[in-house]
Design a protein around this ligand. Structure first.
Ligand code: HEM
Length: 430
């Protein structure tokens, strides 16, 4: 048996794995006006050890654990920094990016999710629209609020100013929800528990029944590792892309009061016992464990964070902008995010062959993130449906309007630290 090589934790950005710890996060979107002026900044970021690697992020986790034991109740103040570039941004920095075959990445999120998908351009933030120039990259700063804000201010002056050929396009923020709602997204569900565990990166855990947890091949998330589909002869990633990952960032507004009142009014009408989880539940749509042959093919590493205020006591209809800064990593957007949206979440016939359990109707769309088709041509396009599988054989279908709205975002590549150096002008390794 061949032993897989130890990952180069110094070379992989920390948000990809093990994930940056985030009470608060800034997403600082920028445009590169002058690539030659910016390149020295990339080298300076490395020399000043600004970019948080996997190794640094693991050390942060250890520091947090130690602080929790030695000074219970105190919050360790820290900020961690990662960077990623859109295809357009990569084109400005390198002449050698033809090897990036990932079609959605080349198209960008607007081409993929608006032109070919279900997003409505009028609901997108202007800054993400191609007609306004879009974005070339994003700086991610994660940690505790005051330290993150101070760090971002310093970064903007020292490495990302107009002197370095950079224009700030938009700043978005995410914040952990307060008190008992911490770790929960705005609909109220506990989040960020289920993640792919990567072979050679994470420990394999026993499940409690004597069996071990399934391990995802690291190349499903990180380019150039075992399981990277693009390592196939036809569409090889260039060697210098190794240890990077494609990043999807997407602002998803959530309609929380509407979601709550829908549940309150519909649940009593549906004879729903809760004993059988609907096939179109978010979990079963996005990670169907037993019915797919290749269990890790469509895995994504989720790194999102909620944004916006809590629902006000009298807010019966959404008055404030709140939701999820959805963020995920994968080694192929076509197999990851894009596939989940097109082939599972929004496809009412997935999972197939379930009509015998649902009383003849299709399983429906994902109730949490399902989107309506556009343009609406038929009556059935005006609503989403989810089939309920009731434990007592009383099957029924429920219909609803989407509870989320995409305000846009983009597809990025989160390069290895060595690639950041190469984009900054250091000679390419290969
Ligand atoms: C506002 C939008 C969204 C909300 C509120 C939301 C909420 C959640 C929650 C509560 C979980 C379970 C927590 C856990 O087990 O870790 C989850 C899991 C998951 N979500 Fe989402 N999500 C959203 C958007 C998305 C999108 C856009 C995708 C993909 C395109 C996605 C893919 C997944 C996947 C793959 C899992 C893991 C499922 C599993 O392993 O069982 N989510 N989401």
């Amino acid at each position: 048996m061949t032993v897989p090589p130890t990952p180069d934790f110094e070379n992989i950005q920390g948000d990809i794995w093990p994930g940056l710890t985030k009470k608060y996060q800034i997403f600082w979107f920028f445009r590169i006006e002058d690539a030659d002026a910016f390149k020295p900044s990339l080298l300076q970021l490395l020399d000043d050890k600004v970019i948080t690697s996997s190794a640094d992020a693991q050390a942060h986790r250890e520091d947090i654990k130690r602080a929790k034991t030695s000074q219970p109740g105190t919050l360790l103040q820290l900020a961690a920094v990662n960077i990623a570039f859109s295809f357009k941004g990569m084109q400005k920095l390198s002449n050698d990016i033809d090897g990036f075959r990932d079609d959605p990445f080349r198209k960008g999120m607007e081409g993929d999710m608006v032109t070919e998908g279900r997003d409505k351009i009028e609901e997108w933030m202007n800054e993400f629209k191609a007609e306004n120039g879009g974005v070339d990259g994003v700086v991610l700063v994660c940690g505790t609020e005051s330290t993150v804000k101070a760090t971002m201010q310093e970064l903007a002056q020292k490495y990302f100013s107009s002197k370095q050929g950079i224009t700030q396009i938009k700043t978005l923020e995410g914040r952990e929800r307060p008190g008992a709602n911490a770790k929960h997204e705005h609909f109220g569900f506990l989040d960020a528990i289920s993640q792919p565990r990567l072979k050679g990166f994470d420990k394999q855990c026993e499940k409690g029944d004597g069996n071990y947890q399934f391990m995802c091949r690291p190349g499903r998330i990180i380019v150039g590792h075992d399981g990277d589909m693009n390592n196939e002869a036809k569409s090889q990633h260039p060697p210098w892309a190794k240890d990077g990952s494609y990043l999807v960032v997407r602002k998803l507004k959530q309609f929380v009061p509407e979601f709550n009142s829908y549940l309150e009014s519909e649940a009593p009408k549906l004879n729903f016992t809760g004993e059988q989880c609907p096939f179109a539940s978010h979990m079963r749509k996005t990670k169907p464990r037993s019915i797919v042959v290749d269990r890790d093919m469509n895995d994504i590493m989720r790194r999102g964070i909620p944004y916006g205020p809590e629902v006000g006591i009298d807010e019966t209809k959404t008055e404030q902008d709140r939701g999820l800064m959805f963020t995920c990593y994968q080694s192929s957007i076509g197999n990851g995010f894009q596939f989940l949206k097109r082939s599972w979440i929004n496809l009412d016939t997935f999972p197939a062959d379930k009509t015998k359990f649902t009383g003849g109707v299709n399983p429906g769309q994902d109730a949490i993130v399902g989107q309506l088709v556009k343009p609406i041509l038929k009556e059935k396009h005006k609503r989403l449906t989810t089939a309920l599988v009731d434990g007592n054989g009383q099957n029924s279908e429920t219909s609803f309007q989407p509870f989320i709205q995409s305000n846009g975002g983009d597809y990025f590549f989160s390069p290895s630290l060595s690639l950041i150096g190469e984009l900054g002008g250091r000679p390419m390794v290969n």
